[in-house]
Design a protein. Structure first.
Lengths: 199, 725
């Protein structure tokens, strides 16, 4: 497949077909904030923090799952993109009630982006749902689906529409779940909501 | 952050490096061959389909390394390749297909190598010892069977003994195991219980004559642990999450069992590599162990303190409006022509395949809200060559749209015929008709009509009636497909579009029921003026709300007259087009024709074809609040702007209604609105602020009246908005 040119912030960049915008932006030396996208996996495009402008479209597109197309003109460093990123971060923080500041990446990202934190205390919340090997605290959870995409077995963690949209352990009973306890979901969690329970 | 599996790969490199240093370049070659064959085998199926493949899967590398570590440096290379292929192909693929593989794939591969070793004369030739030795006097699982070499404690601990590549150094294994257990794996119980119980069993089980033929370390508990294969088995095979029990107690039993079988085998049998078989037997017993464990220690009931609940669809059943009146002259004249005339003539003339082309000429567009040309969808779905699915969406999640229900109540034969035409000209493998849960009568009558139609000679299509959840989000194609697959609706990222990858990854055409219902009329030319009429669900302050056929170009202020005129004859304060996520147009601009092209100049669409007449003196801010709150409740909760932003917008808008918002806070509402429009994943979030947009455009003074300190109206606290004026 032949490489083609796209424009990133008025800079001509040569990309190969099938790359995502995030990859193209990073390869060209730019930087872009991503949250729900983990490397090597199909992005759930849930957090919308990586939304960038594409010329000719009346909306922003998520850079983590949009593929490059010949002649695309991408706008990354614009006021609108920055503003909507900050707004979405603020919205994510709205559901982020408590957290352990030492682990939580969301607070760190928010501080870097200049979004005010409205969390009054950073004590970890009560862990309400515990699996044999994992425990889950919904209050720091960013609902980003990282744990859902990291799971290689289907149907163990799903985000079923509950009242507050937590990721949902489909089955609790270890006999009837296909959860192997590999810990990938806990490793993928960036806020400390889902952790491997201590022995 | 690296993930458990990559950490395991890095830790595995510790004993591997030691093996390479100790055994020389051939060990490196074997490890390299094992890993590269594993990687190649795992991507082979995708490579053959020329699909993009994910080359470096940590699980594959682990399998390759483990097999490389459990063989000696003298083993013929072909055995390594064969073993790795067995581990990757039958063992892992079976896991993928059946979602359950009782056996550790690396051990299965190693077992296959053991079989090869027993039949290959070369591997016996390598050994100077007796027949018992299958491999060169030493491999992890067959370690020093001949007893030729008498290892010292220190040598065994550091690893300067013959053996297999990754196994000789107890120090490297202990180091590796420590990090693995402390930081990487969650299931530590099986590994620890095996390591702790092995010396105990060695000490307890009495010696017999049978053990004479075995290696001398078998009788010494300490030497057994560090000189034998126990450590490697425990650290790497008993920490594999997918083949060890799900419960803690089960894992302890698993380790005990593996240790017992291993020591028993070493002492009383002459089976080489008996640990391997011990672990495989325990692998097989995994479900049993879990059951025993749960019997022993019942699970904590974590549901007591449980605020999480399953979603109950908000439904909106209470406001479902049953149309009392309406008129669709085109449908009535078509029905007078005789039953199923269009499909019969299409079949007799063999023109079913030309239907997509004719639709392209007619320019028929979808009526579900998006106004996407029908032929484009069909062409895109037919391009792949696969038989597509056809999904007929008659759910009408929008509370102000009821045209599909009207059609099913009054023109069920036309509806059935249109579904048949679409299904047959698309050559659909199956047609799914999705109706909302409260359409009970319609579901039955449509099923009967479709079945009757199927008995006409020449008509053949498969259909299935499905009960939807009636949610608004199911108007989005990807959400509806997700609902049919997973029984809860969640909008998915597009592309890939459903016409490329839809239901079960097969091209899928999702069409609204009204869109299809026009097909027989258009194709038999019995519709006056081609694609120039729309069914409009007129509701609100009119005398006889219902579904009416409206010609393209009818002025908006005439639509109310069609539906019996305005209630009480007053001048309406405005119109809402296109349903809940639609636009508001003041009655002063009512001289706009009902025409998608003309309306789009005013940022308006006809959407789902709903038309609401607002009574005189309506407060538009309050009217839009009701719709916003409905949309916020119907959000599927997947993307951030819609899940959090929409409910925040509804809250702020309610505060505006109460007169609690000042002009600075209103700027925040505008920011929120633009972020919703720009970054939401699907149409729900993008169109949700449309009414706010219209108010800002046509009624800016209404906003000002609601701001704090400026002639505050406090709509939500007053009895009705009409009394305020």
């Amino acid at each position: 497949m032949k490489k083609f040119q796209i424009q990133i912030d008025e800079k001509e960049v040569l990309v190969s077909p099938g790359t995502t915008l995030v990859q193209a932006i990073r390869d060209s030396g730019g930087s872009i904030l991503t949250w729900c996208h983990s490397k090597g996996q199909k992005s759930p495009s849930v957090c919308r923090l990586c939304s960038v402008g594409v010329k000719g479209m009346d909306r922003l597109v998520p850079a983590c799952s949009t593929l490059v197309q010949p002649g695309m003109e991408i706008k990354v460093e614009t006021n609108l993109v920055q503003k909507s990123r900050q707004m979405n971060l603020r919205l994510m923080l709205k559901e982020h009630d408590t957290c352990d500041r030492r682990i939580c990446q969301l607070c760190k990202v928010a501080q870097e982006e200049g979004v005010p934190l409205n969390i009054s205390h950073n004590a970890p919340g009560e862990r309400i749902r515990s699996f044999e090997y994992l425990s889950y605290d919904p209050s720091p959870c960013a609902r980003c689906d990282r744990c859902v995409t990291s799971c290689s077995v289907t149907g163990v963690i799903e985000r079923k529409p509950s009242e507050l949209h937590y990721p949902f352990f489909a089955l609790q009973d270890p006999l009837h779940t296909s959860c192997t306890g590999c810990g990938d979901c806990a490793a993928s969690c960036k806020t400390g909501a889902l952790v491997a329970s201590e022995v | 952050m690296l993930g458990a599996k990559w950490c395991t790969v890095i830790l595995l490199l510790i004993p591997c490096l030691f093996g390479i240093v100790h055994f020389g370049p051939r060990a490196a070659l074997i490890l390299l061959v094992a890993v590269s064959v594993a990687v190649l085998t795992s991507v082979l199926p995708r490579l053959m389909d020329s699909r993009p493949c994910h080359w470096f899967n940590p699980g594959t590398i682990i399998t390759g390394l483990l097999i490389g570590m459990t063989v000696t440096d003298q083993i013929p290379i072909y055995m390594v390749i064969a073993g790795v292929i067995v581990a990757e192909m039958p063992a892992k693929l079976a896991f993928k297909w059946f979602h359950a593989n009782p056996f550790n794939p690396a051990l299965l591969g190693r077992g296959f190598i053991a079989i090869l070793e027993s039949i290959d004369p070369r591997s016996q030739g390598l050994s100077a010892a007796r027949d018992v030795d299958l491999v060169s006097g030493a491999s992890v699982l067959f370690k020093d069977e001949g007893g030729l070499f008498r290892p010292g404690l220190l040598d065994s601990f550091l690893g300067f003994t013959p053996g297999s590549i990754g196994d000789t150094s107890a120090l490297a294994l202990i180091l590796c195991g420590f990090f693995l257990l402390r930081y990487v794996v969650l299931k530590r119980e099986a590994c620890l219980s095996m390591i702790l119980s092995v010396p105990l069993f060695v000490f307890l089980l009495p010696e017999t004559n049978l053990s004479l033929g075995h290696a001398p370390w078998v009788s010494n508990p300490a030497l057994y642990l560090i000189g034998g294969p126990t450590l490697l088995c425990a650290v790497f095979f008993l920490t594999d999450p997918s083949t060890t029990p799900r419960t803690r107690i089960g894992s302890v039993l698993f380790g005990l069992g593996a240790a017992f079988l291993g020591v028993m085998g070493r002492k009383y049998t002459q089976i080489p590599g008996v640990e391997m078989y011990g672990i495989l037997v325990m692998n097989f017993a995994r479900p049993l162990l879990d059951r025993v464990a749960i019997k022993l220690v019942p699970l904590r009931d974590s549901n007591d303190s449980e605020p999480l609940q399953e979603h109950e669809s908000s439904g909106f059943v209470s406001e479902v409006f049953t149309p009392t009146s309406g008129s669709c002259p085109s449908f009535e004249t078509y029905q007078k022509k005789g039953e199923f005339s269009c499909i019969k003539s299409l079949i007799s003339s063999g023109e079913l395949e030309k239907v997509p082309g004719r639709l392209k000429k007619l320019g028929h567009t979808g009526r579900g809200g998006g106004h996407f040309p029908v032929w484009k969808k069909w062409e895109s779905a037919l391009r792949s060559g696969l038989e597509p699915y056809l999904i007929v969406n008659a759910q009408e999640g929008d509370p102000f749209t009821f045209k599909d229900r009207y059609l099913m109540q009054n023109h069920i034969e036309v509806v059935a015929e249109s579904i048949a035409i679409a299904a047959m000209s698309l050559k659909a493998r199956k047609t799914l008709v999705v109706l909302s849960p409260e359409m009970t009568k319609e579901r039955r009558s449509l099923a009967v009509a479709l079945r009757n139609l199927n008995q006409i000679p020449g008509v053949e299509f498969q259909f299935e009636m499905r009960r939807g959840d009636g949610s608004y989000i199911c108007g989005e194609e990807s959400a509806l497909i997700h609902f049919l697959e997973h029984s809860y609706a969640q909008a998915q990222e597009r592309p890939p579009h459903p016409t490329e990858q839809g239901l079960h990854a097969i091209p899928t055409v999702v069409q609204n029921l009204e869109t299809l219902s026009w097909l027989p009329l258009l194709l038999s030319n019995s519709c006056e003026g081609g694609d120039q009429s729309y069914l409009v669900s007129i509701s609100g302050a009119v005398n006889s709300p219902g579904v009416y056929e409206v010609k393209k170009g009818t002025l908006l202020n005439q639509l109310a007259k069609i539906a019996g005129g305005e209630l009480n004859g007053g001048q309406p304060s405005g119109y809402i087009l296109a349903g809940v996520g639609g636009v508001m147009i003041p009655s002063s601009l009512g001289a706009v024709p009902y025409d998608p092209d003309k309306l789009s100049k005013m940022d308006a669409t006809i959407g789902t074809g709903s038309f609401r007449v607002l009574p005189p003196g309506t407060c538009v801010v309050e009217e839009s609040l009701r719709d916003l709150e409905f949309l916020a409740a119907e959000s599927c909760g997947r993307c951030t702007p819609c899940r959090v932003g929409l409910s925040e917008l509804a809250e702020s808008w309610a505060a505006l209604c109460r007169g609690e918002v000042d002009s600075d806070q209103f700027l925040n509402i505008q920011d929120l609105k633009s972020v919703l429009q720009l970054t939401s994943a699907c149409g729900l979030g993008r169109s949700a602020p449309a009414q706010i947009h219209s108010i800002l455009r046509h009624w800016p003074e209404e906003i000002v009246f609601h701001l704090r300190g400026l002639n505050s109206r406090r709509c939500r606290q007053e009895p009705t908005s009409q009394e305020v004026r």
